[in-house]
Design a protein around this ligand. Structure first.
Ligand code: 4G0
Length: 234
């Protein structure tokens, strides 16, 4: 997969996307990531990317010309152009899966009070938010999206974790898990997990997952739910 990012803060992307799974996806050649500075698409002496809103009001907007020229230069035949904004549709695992099947994604990070509306109108295939809060710019949302997509690309996670993913895509939260030691600072691993009784362990886990979901995320309705947005352990 190819991902291009258009941002005013290219420096923010150095680091997080070189590490961990995303770093491996890139090293393996499964993900090609290019970061582009929006300012490089300006023509004036001051490299102006923003301007005041017509009709008045607070703050500044990204002006159309640099964004149009950048996007037009970066898109191909099969590009998904995605704006990262607080007014987009909220990112879910279902949307991540959908994006992971794209060949080329162009992420456009906003800043300031947003975009000139014509950018959205003429250039965006999609507008995505990572949650209901406002950030200083769209770089962190873009990195969140890239991270979520990269781990779904074929061959990026080991076979082991992908099959684990499959078996738990049921719209419930994960059951509690433990590793050694069996007792730590007086806190004991539940007896059933040490029992070797796999049927009983499966029952216990299913019940724990159900209880935990009710307690922490009652909005997730479990298997078969049409609006089940996540399987958190996926
Ligand atoms: C566009 C995304 C971009 C419009 C971007 C702000 C939060 C998110 C930006 C605005 C962002 C998110 C209208 C303030 C840049 N903040 N939740 N900031 N407005 O995904």
């Amino acid at each position: 997969m190819n991902i291009d990012v258009l941002t005013l803060f290219p420096g923010m992307f150095a680091g997080p996307l070189d590490e961990s799974i995303v770093g491996r996806a890139r090293a393996l050649g499964r993900l090609t990531l290019k970061i582009h500075n929006l300012r490089d698409y300006t023509h004036d002496r001051h490299r102006t990317v923003d301007d005041r809103p017509f009709g008045g009001g607070p703050g500044m907007l990204l002006k159309p010309e640099p964004v149009f020229e950048a996007v037009e230069g970066l898109v191909g035949e099969r590009t998904r152009t995605v704006l990262l904004t607080p007014t987009g549709r909220k990112l879910t695992q279902a949307i991540v899966r959908e994006l992971a099947s794209a060949e080329h994604i162009l992420l456009v990070c906003g800043s300031y009070e947003g975009f000139d509306e014509r950018i959205r109108q003429a250039l965006a295939d999609d507008e995505i938010s990572i949650g209901d809060y406002v950030l200083t710019n769209g770089a962190l949302p873009a990195m969140v999206l890239i991270d979520a997509v990269a781990r779904l690309l074929p061959g990026v996670l080991g076979d082991e974790s992908s099959s684990v993913d499959e078996s738990f895509s049921h719209g419930l939260l994960e059951y509690p898990q433990y590793t050694r030691p069996a007792e730590y600072r007086g806190m004991k691993v539940p007896e059933v997990l040490l029992s070797g009784n796999h049927a009983e362990i499966a029952r216990w886990r299913a019940e724990q997952a159900r209880q935990r979901t009710m307690e922490c995320r009652p909005d997730l309705k479990g298997p078969g739910s049409a609006d089940g947005q996540v399987s958190v352990d996926e």
